[in-house]
Design a protein around this ligand. Sequence first.
Ligand code: 6AU
Length: 276
Amino acid sequence: MSSSSRQTYSVRAKNHPNHLVRKLFEVAEAKKTNVTVSADVTTTKELLDLADRLGPHIAVIKTHIDILSDFSEETTKGLAQLAEKHNFLIFEDRKFIDIGNTVQKQYHGGVLRISEWAHIINCSILPGEGIVQALAQTAAAEDFPYGRERGLLILAEMTSKGSLATGAYTTRSVDYARRYKEFVMGFVCNRSLTDEPTTETTKSEDEDFVVFTTGVNLSSSGDKLGQQYQTPQSAVARGADFIIAGRGIYAAPDPVEAAKQYQKQGWEAYLSRVGS
Ligand code: 6AU
């Protein structure tokens, strides 16, 4: 567990050099929630309806925008309006994984125009350091209109059975995060990582990467396709700053009640970790 994990979101917000991380912590503290809902539904109507109903209980909405059967500008305009209304951030779970030149075009422009509406994106580092460099470069360009309102999470581990995102892959994720920390907010991973022994970089005193942990579910231990779950308590105890839950919330009989439950359990686990 890193030392920053024991600090409150407010303290971390005050000291953090990254504008979007500060905003994320402020949202969490203001709404008393560390829940990211993974809204893996397949129509715009369902997505916007969920975002509006769950909005008061979440810090972040995570999308897979390419699974919508009717994606259009209405989808992203609607999401952006709801993000304003309910004070949450939008995380597009695109998992970029290609050479730098390609991911730059997939992120900024293209049919999905991800940079326009997603505050947070993620990438795998399987292609090597160049993918992080390329995405960071796009966001730092003088003509990039969204500047400090955008950030990247490195997919450092995965929750699926037999995941190969382990060992050197995970260690390098930490190295690359350190090298591009103006754009890298933190990781999607299953535990706090920055005290791991790394080979190429060393931890700075003020290092504070955000940990998003997925595979969180209160009533199931997994699915038939290799997904593996843990509870909000165990995720937070292992270092999660934000818990990501999909089916546990949107497929529940009453998604709003479910979101409230994840909010309560995630928040209590956070309070107990920071000792208040
Ligand atoms: O709660 P679920 O199982 O319904 O949904 C989990 C969500 C899905 C996955 O695409 C995503 O989390 N995910 C990720 C992410 C966020 O990158 C990484 C991972 O290792 N496992 C995982 O399930 O939208």
